[in-house]
Ligand binder design. Structure first.
Ligand code: SER
Length: 619
């Protein structure tokens, strides 16, 4: 069965149970500052689990793109992925435990659907604690199913575990959550009922593979750590696409093992990596400790990380030093290092990564479900390869230095970071591979010293004002703010200023955006800025605490470089505020002083950053 066939089967099944199919949300959470990425299918549904009516009704099903990077160090084994697709069905205050469990069973075992061997299925339920009772209800439903379906040893198929195993959520720090019941497929050879058999679903390296989780979201976790009952009973289920395809292909004899990297989601990519590196991928079973074969581990890391990179960039994230951008950067850099470990030279990295990325964006299994990836394929490849190019030299220099280190200390890790920009986590990984660990306190102390020094330097720079206070430079400064507002107004709020540079002859403005501006966009932006100039808005300055400025919506860049008390420039007046930015100035007093502007050139400078050149019309 192909992954796409499984997606379709799952959705067809729940459609037949009157579920509305909803599209995958973006990987970037909408209005949720507490998490960087969507980590589960329920995540975009939180408001509806809390009671808001969903336009699709009370029964929903979807295939949701997810990214989880908490276990990034584990990726490379046979079960961890950073990007994955979750098949899920939801009840928003509609059906509850009975229907959810019965439908999971039907979908998994009915010959009309997946037709799994019932004898191989085992389940776990919540054991109960001070927050919520033991889930006898789910256990009774399972017991009844096993008995009525004549499955052997029904009572030995139900395991009870505490919150650490059988409780799901909330997706952030607070929110909907509840006990869950997990379904496992037994992949081992020995009889799980034989005397002396000691493996069980929750054990490490178990032969039981979790395939589906049914969460009964009936609680809300509050910020003080307490749990209260939600006003509606919800169901949230999650079945991992990659894992299920791995098992299905193995049991149907299509593959020799349950290795999920053998599925068509990965196989074209693995093939490309094998060709480029002349290394052979060794498949394994889920429960095996596959880290023993280092080359295959590296191949899996590259295939996983670059696939995540494709989907993250596809949802509008650029590599950067902050938050999501940093996660992306880390994934790309780790791929580069693994390819290097697989024997590629620094010069080969760009070409190799391009080919690997092509195998992902051209993979029919993604094209069928996520047409947005194919549409942006060239940009996605450009952005990731530009990051590889930038990092290659650092990687090479850092690795050469790191090779020389006998004993990894915090000071040495800091020196690598400071001198070569070599990321701490990579130094840590290298040290760990040599069986050593780095004293992070020393690293942190050195880092703090360095930060304090640069903070003092930049605060000094800030206080001293900008170098050029000439009349022309001043006009350009105000034009910068207008241009910035215009870009956000016409191209979208994702636009962030990445840098600017002013000379007597022009303003150069860098900003995050994926595509070239069309002629009509340029014209719109130019016209709008010139209109604001004609409207002769007042430009005023105020000094205030940084927190207040940011709360009021003032735009800020490189936030950490601003002192606690900042200067804010506002263009406009009363309720007609055209622009508000944290800025040291200088600026004109009225926009009319600028005279008209022209946008004279644009450039793509890589990593999703574009550059615009603006000129004063009368200069
Ligand atoms: N939220 C649960 C999980 O991620 C079920 O969808 O496992």
């Amino acid at each position: 069965m192909t992954p796409h066939q499984l997606r379709k089967l799952f959705l067809d099944f729940f459609q037949s149970k009157n579920h509305q199919i909803i599209p995958s949300a973006s990987l970037v959470p909408d209005n949720d500052p507490t998490t960087l990425f969507i980590t589960a299918g329920m995540h975009p549904l939180v408001p509806y689990l809390l009671g808001q009516p969903h336009p699709g009704g009370k029964r929903l099903a979807s295939i949701q793109k997810c990214v989880r990077t908490t276990d990034i160090d584990e990726v490379g084994d046979l079960t961890h992925l950073t990007f994955f697709e979750m098949l899920g069905n939801w009840s928003l205050g509609d059906y509850f435990k009975r229907e959810a469990i019965l439908w999971s069973w039907e979908f998994l075992t009915s010959p009309k659907w997946l037709g799994l061997d019932k004898e191989k299925l085992f389940v776990s339920v919540f054991a109960g604690d001070t927050n919520a009772p033991r889930d006898e209800e789910s256990a009774a439903i399972w017991q009844k199913i096993f008995t009525s379906e004549n499955v052997s040893n029904p009572e030995k198929r139900i395991f009870y575990y505490p919150k650490s195993e059988n409780w799901w959520g909330p997706a952030g720090n607070t929110g909907p959550c509840g006990p869950d019941t997990e379904i496992f497929y037994y992949t081992g050879k020995a009889s799980p009922f034989a005397a002396g058999f000691s493996d069980e679903p929750a054990a490490d390296n178990s032969d039981f593979i979790e395939i589906w989780n049914n969460v009964f979201m009936q609680y809300n976790k509050n910020s003080d750590g307490s749990y209260t009952k939600l006003k509606q009973h919800n169901v949230d289920t999650g079945l991992g696409l990659e894992r299920m395809v791995g098992i299905l292909n193995w049991i149907k004899g299509k593959t020799n093992s349950s290795d999920l990297f053998l599925s068509p989601l990965f196989s074209p990519t693995i093939k490309v990596i094998e060709n480029i590196t002349s290394q052979k991928y060794q498949e394994g079973n889920f429960n095996q400790d596959s880290t023993k074969n280092n080359n295959s581990r590296s191949i899996r890391i590259v295939a996983d990380h670059l696939r995540s990179g494709v989907f993250i960039v596809g949802d509008g994230v650029f590599p950067s030093n902050k938050e999501r951008g940093y996660v992306l950067r880390r994934l790309i850099r780790r791929s580069a290092r693994e390819l290097y470990k697989l024997g590629l030279s620094i010069e080969q990295l760009d070409g190799a990564v391009t080919q690997i990325l092509q195998s992902i964006v051209n993979n029919e299994q993604y094209q069928l479900q996520y047409p947005e990836i194919a549409k942006q394929a060239d940009q996605i490849i450009d952005i990731i390869v530009a990051e590889i190019t930038k990092f290659s030299k650092t990687l090479h220099k850092g690795l050469v230095q790191a090779e020389k280190i006998q004993n990894f200390t915090g000071q040495e890790a800091f020196d690598l970071y400071q001198t070569y920009g070599f990321p701490l986590e990579m130094t840590r990984e290298i040290a760990e591979e040599k069986g050593q660990s780095i004293n992070l306190d020393t690293f942190k102390a050195e880092f703090a010293k360095h930060q304090e020094k640069s903070r003092q330097e930049s605060a000094g720079k800030y206080k001293g004002g900008l170098a050029d206070h000439s009349e022309t430079a001043t006009k350009y400064h105000t034009a910068t703010h207008l241009l910035h507002t215009a870009l956000r107004k016409f191209l979208g709020d994702h636009i962030h200023q990445e840098g600017s540079n002013i000379t007597a002859a022009r303003l150069r403005f860098d900003f995050s955006h994926q595509s070239a501006l069309s002629e009509s966009e340029i014209e719109q932006i130019e016209n709008w800025v010139n209109e604001q100039i004609d409207l002769d808005w007042p430009v005023t300055q105020a000094t205030m605490p940084k927190t207040e400025a940011l709360k009021g919506g003032a735009l800020a860049f490189f936030k950490e470089k601003y002192p606690d008390i900042v200067s804010v420039y506002t263009i406009g007046q009363n309720d007609q505020i055209i622009s508000q930015e944290l800025c040291g100035g200088p600026h004109v007093k009225h926009t009319g002083e600028i005279g008209h502007i022209q946008l004279i050139k644009q450039k793509n400078i890589g990593s999703g950053v574009r550059r615009l050149y603006l000129k004063l019309a009368d200069s």
